[in-house]
Write a protein that binds this ligand. Structure first.
Ligand code: ADP
Length: 430
C-alpha cells in the first residue's frame, strides 16, 4: 500500500497533469487549473462530510483514497480502543459495586450538601434507607443530635456511636471518610454485640472485684490483729507483716479495678463546679500524712480557675498523680504540684526530680497493669492501674494527660483541661 502522503501526491499530480493537458488544448491554463483545484477541494469537502456523518451516526467505516484512508483508519482505531476501555471500566465499576454492596458495613456516598448519592444493601438494612431517599440529606433520616453535630464538625479522625434508627437496642458506630471533590463516604457498623461483650466483661470484673472485697477486708483485719499480738515470735511477725502487705496489695488492686469499671461503664453525672485549689490543698495535706520518709512536697496555686466535672473523679486522678510522684521520688527529692492557667485552658503539673521514665515506657505506662521494671525505678507497691484511672477520668473531662520524662531527670505529668471546662468566676456554664 502506498503511504498516505505519497498517494495524496499522486492525486495532486494527476489533477495537475489533466489541467495542463486541457490548458494546452484550449489555451485556458488558468481556467483548467482553477477547475482542477475546485475538484480537489470538492473531494476533501465530500470526505469531511462523510467523516461528520460517520462520527455522528456511526456505522460502516467510510472509504476514501489518499490521506483520508489513513484518517478514517486512525479514528476507527481510537474508537475501538475507547470502546474496549469503556467496557473494562464498566466491568470494574460493576465489580466494585457488587463488592461494596456485599460489605457487611453500611456504606453511603454523601454529596457536598450531605445528600445521599448512593448506598449499599447493608445501609438499607442498618440505617433503614430506601431508594427514594437518594438526594435527601442524611441528617434528616438519621435523626440523632450527636450525629448531626459530628457531621457538622467534619471530625474525620473519630467515630460517633448512635442508636440505629427504628430500634431501641441496636448501636451503630459511624465513621466519615472524605474523598474526591467534596464527596464523603459514611461507613456505619453494628456494634451491638461488641458493646454487649464489653458490658459482660466489665460486669464480670466488677462482680469479681466486689466479691473479693469482703473476704480481703476480713483477712486484713485478722492480719492486723495478729501483727499486734504481743506474744508473736519475731519470725512469725515477719511472716504476718508480709501477708498483711500482700493483702493490702490485693485490696488496692480490687479497688483500682472497681474504680476503672465504674469509670468505663458509669454514666456521667451532671457536672459540678469543682474548686480545684481547695481540692489540691486538702489532697496535699492528706498525702503528707502518709507513713514513711517522703520527698519535699510543694503546692503552687497560680489560678483560681475552677473545673466543671466530677469532684470525686478529679480527686482520684489528681491523687494518683501526686501519690505516684511521692512514691517514685527518693526522700531527698522534691515534688511540685502546680495549678495554673495556660491561656487556652487550665493545667495541673505534677513535677518530680525522681528517677524519670525511659521513652519506650512513657507511651505504655497508662495501659492497665503496665509497670516499669528497671533498676533505676524503685519497686513500690502498686497494681499498675493508677495511670489508667487518670487517663479515663481526664478523657471524661475532655482533658488529656501529657507525660514529659527522661531517665535521671525526673518527670512531669500534666493534666490539660480545655477552656470549655474551665471557669474563673463562681458560676459555671459548661
Ligand atoms: P502503679 O500502681 O504501679 O504506680 P501506675 O499506673 O500509677 O501504677 O503507674 C505505672 C508505672 O509508671 C509505675 O509502675 C511506675 O513505674 C511509672 N511511674 C508512674 N509515675 C511515675 C513517676 N512520677 N516517676 C517515675 N515513674 C513513674
Amino acid at each position: 500500500m502506498l503511504s498516505p502522503w505519497r498517494s495524496e501526491l499522486y492525486w495532486i499530480s494527476w489533477l495537475g497533469l489533466v489541467a495542463a493537458f486541457f490548458g494546452k488544448l484550449t489555451g485556458q491554463y488558468f481556467l483548467a487549473f482553477w477547475l482542477a483545484s475546485l475538484i480537489y477541494l470538492a473531494r476533501h469537502l465530500f470526505h469531511i462530510n462523510g467523516l461528520l456523518v460517520w462520527l455522528r451516526l456511526g456505522g460502516k467505516v467510510p472509504s476514501g483514497g489518499g490521506i483520508w484512508e489513513e484518517i478514517y483508519y486512525l479514528i476507527y482505531r481510537l474508537r475501538r480502543r475507547n470502546k474496549r476501555r469503556k467496557k473494562r471500566l464498566i466491568v470494574m465499576l460493576e465489580r466494585f459495586r457488587t463488592a461494596t454492596a456485599a460489605l457487611p458495613d453500611a456504606t453511603v456516598v454523601l454529596g457536598p450538601r450531605d445528600e445521599i448519592e448512593w448506598f449499599n444493601e447493608a445501609a438499607g438494612e442498618l440505617l433503614g434507607l430506601q431508594r427514594y431517599d437518594i438526594g435527601q440529606q442524611i441528617a434528616n433520616l438519621l435523626r440523632a443530635p450527636k450525629f448531626a453535630e459530628f457531621l457538622r464538625a467534619c471530625d474525620y479522625d473519630n467515630t460517633v456511636s448512635v442508636p440505629a434508627p427504628g430500634t431501641d437496642n441496636r448501636q451503630l458506630e459511624i465513621r466519615v471518610v472524605p474523598y474526591g471533590d467534596d464527596l464523603r463516604l459514611l461507613v456505619a457498623q453494628d456494634i451491638t454485640q461488641l458493646r454487649l461483650m464489653e458490658r459482660v466483661r466489665s460486669d464480670f470484673v466488677a462482680n469479681v472485684s466486689h466479691e473479693l472485697r469482703t473476704p480481703l477486708t476480713v483477712l486484713k483485719g485478722y492480719m492486723e490483729t495478729l501483727t499486734d499480738e504481743a506474744q508473736v515470735s519475731e519470725r512469725h511477725l515477719k511472716i504476718f507483716r508480709r501477708m498483711e502487705e500482700q493483702t493490702e496489695r490485693m485490696q488496692n488492686l480490687v479497688d483500682g479495678l472497681l474504680s476503672l469499671t465504674r469509670l468505663e461503664s458509669g454514666a456521667q453525672s451532671s457536672p459540678q463546679e469543682v474548686n480545684v485549689a481547695a481540692l489540691l490543698r486538702s489532697l496535699t495535706e492528706e498525702v503528707s500524712l502518709l507513713q514513711g520518709p517522703q520527698p519535699n512536697l510543694e503546692l503552687l496555686i497560680e489560678t483560681d480557675a475552677r473545673l466543671s466535672g466530677s469532684e470525686t473523679e478529679l480527686r482520684s486522678a489528681f491523687s494518683n498523680l501526686v501519690v505516684n510522684a511521692l512514691k517514685y521520688t527518693p526522700a531527698a527529692g522534691h515534688v511540685q504540684v502546680i495549678w495554673h492557667d495556660d491561656g487556652e485552658g487550665a493545667r495541673l503539673d505534677v513535677r518530680d526530680d525522681g528517677p524519670g521514665i525511659a521513652a519506650e515506657h512513657v507511651s505504655r505506662i497508662t495501659e492497665r497493669f503496665y509497670r516499669v521494671e528497671s533498676a533505676d525505678v524503685p519497686r513500690r507497691n502498686g497494681a499498675g492501674l493508677g495511670l489508667s484511672i487518670v487517663k479515663h477520668v481526664l478523657s471524661r473531662h475532655d482533658a488529656r494527660l501529657e507525660i514529659v520524662s527522661k531517665p535521671g531527670e525526673g518527670s512531669c505529668f500534666s493534666a490539660i483541661f480545655p477552656a470549655r471546662r474551665v471557669s474563673r468566676s463562681a458560676k459555671i456554664t459548661a
